[in-house]
Design a protein around this ligand. Structure first.
Ligand code: UDX
Length: 475
């Protein structure tokens, strides 16, 4: 009997850091001749329309659909709206996803019926919906493996009385009972929601429940590579034996796209329009002299934090390129208006501010010598691949542990968690860019090499991708 043609339905959580790696996977599957339908929220679909048009031209087997995320069109969908978004997705998107699956299975146009769903690790409702149709689900976690392992251990930490912290607020205290993290993991490195006094904190419950739900899927995909996170991969494999580690996905995708794609072709699926003027500015800066500063797509700063960073950066004397998103502060405040005008005078040639940068290109630019980041997982991987050392200032979820591993295990940067006063910022920048640069660069170069090896022809991530493609083809 002839095998049905594979058709994968990809469902990301509707946020930048989730869409980007899952869209990379979509391209890799299309390159292997698999039909892919990628689902965006209506809101994101309209913001991505240029990328969608470009991608549809390059990849004939890539199709896009959009469904509602349940929020009103004028909702900013910024970090404070996260709980509303999560609950509206559960109540609205779930049903729409089921309807879409029914309609796609009826067969329309060139697309065969859906043979597999690849769903975001925080969209676990898809496991139950797909089960109604007997369709297999693979869960894609956009976080690091070390964070995934912590979430899996949270119920044990609660049972042992290590969570919640209770009256003792000493964040330096070591956390015991997370195998593989002995002697390294402190309370302050746990996902931020673990600091809640309430064990039924909705955010903590959400992440833990979504993580546990993942163990009901047939397999998981992680955007990481074996050489980076092997100890946690083996721990996770005891609960979900079938893991595909196919990271760093952005680099694997670029190496596999056989067509030549110009950097401005908008395939990167940015929800915010890139300001490429910073590339011209970088061209005029000395080698490795610029600190790139970006806190990802969701991070929100207070006025005080913004000012402390500003003064710390200016006082460090280093050149810097800072991404200040239009929605980075409260709705009625623009970050650029907060920067004191007297300080900007006379120093302007040393810095550049944009609302959104072409980050991968920025990190690959020879003028960039360091990255002050919120430690989002995509940013961390992009920096590793580009061989750029990090200063981490995490805010939530996986960022808290990513930054700890950056500084203590991989030794590719510094962890500035929980402080951002101007003197600390200034000191950290000097340490990274000057005092400890040579020492840190040894590890940075080593991990950049390992990342490159992992996506090479016989590398671990490439082999894992080939296995995933084979498995999808015989489903
Ligand atoms: C969040 C979490 O922090 C992350 O760990 C999780 O895996 C996904 O959700 P986010 O805050 O968006 O993600 O950060 P990050 O994972 O670093 O992703 C940001 C992406 O936006 C990166 O791919 C980066 O290249 C891109 N970006 C950022 C730009 O293209 N331009 C910018 O100016 C800033």
């Amino acid at each position: 009997m002839e095998q049905p043609q594979p058709h994968v339905l990809i469902l990301p959580f509707p946020a930048q850091g989730h869409i980007k790696p899952m869209l990379c996977l979509a391209q890799l599957l299309c390159n292997a001749g698999i039909h892919v339908t990628f689902i965006n929220s209506h809101h994101n679909h309209s913001r991505l329309i240029h990328s969608i048009q470009a991608l549809s031209c390059y990849f004939p087997t890539l199709h896009f659909e959009s469904i509602s995320d349940g929020l009103s069109e004028d909702d900013p969908r910024s970090l404070p709206s996260f709980p509303d978004l999560v609950s509206s997705i559960k109540s609205v998107t779930k049903h729409l996803f089921r309807e879409l699956l029914v309609s796609l299975n009826r067969g329309s146009g060139p697309r065969p019926p859906v043979t597999c769903v690849i769903a975001d690790g925080i969209m676990s409702f898809s496991i139950d919906v797909a089960a109604e149709f007997g369709t297999r689900v693979i869960i894609f976690r956009t976080f690091s493996a070390c964070c995934l392992w912590i979430y899996l251990c949270v119920p044990k930490l609660i049972a042992e009385g290590q969570l919640p912290f209770g009256a003792d607020d000493d964040l330096e205290r070591e956390i015991e009972g997370v195998p593989g993290m002995e002697g390294i993991l402190r309370r302050r490195d746990l996902p931020h929601a673990c600091r809640s006094k309430q064990i039924d904190d909705p955010l903590l419950q959400f992440f833990v429940n979504e993580t546990l739900a993942m163990t009901r899927a047939s397999s998981i995909i992680l955007n990481t590579f074996e050489e980076l996170e092997a100890p946690f991969l083996s721990q996770i494999a005891r609960l979900v034996p079938n893991i595909y580690t196919i990271g760093p996905l952005h680099a694997l995708t670029k190496s596999r796209n056989r067509i030549s794609i110009s950097p401005t072709s908008s395939l990167d699926a940015s929800l915010i329009k890139e300001d490429r003027s910073c590339m011209t500015w970088l061209d005029s800066q000395p080698l490795r002299s610029v600190l790139y500063v970006s806190f990802g797509s969701l991070f929100v700063l207070t006025r005080l934090q913004l000012l402390e960073f500003w003064h710390g950066l200016v006082n460090s004397g280093q050149r810097f390129l800072w991404v200040l998103r239009p929605d980075m502060m409260s709705r009625d405040e623009n970050a650029r208006d907060v920067i004191p005008s007297d300080v900007t005078l006379g120093t302007q040639e040393k810095w550049c501010i944009v609302g959104w940068a072409p980050q991968e290109e920025v990190l690959a630019h020879p003028a960039v010598g360091g990255f002050l980041t919120h430690s989002g997982w995509n940013s961390t991987l992009e920096s590793i691949v580009a061989g750029v050392p990090l200063i981490c200032w995490p805010q939530l979820s996986d960022q808290m542990v990513n930054s700890r591993w950056v500084s203590e295990i991989w030794r590719i940067g510094l962890d500035m968690k929980d402080t951002c006063d101007r003197s600390t910022v200034e000191k950290m920048v000097r340490v990274l860019m000057e005092e400890k640069r040579a020492e840190i660069m040894k590890s940075v170069d080593q991990f950049a090499g390992l990342a490159r090896d992992s996506i090479s022809q016989f590398g671990s991530s490439n082999k894992s991708l080939q296995k995933l493609i084979e498995d999808l083809k015989i489903l």
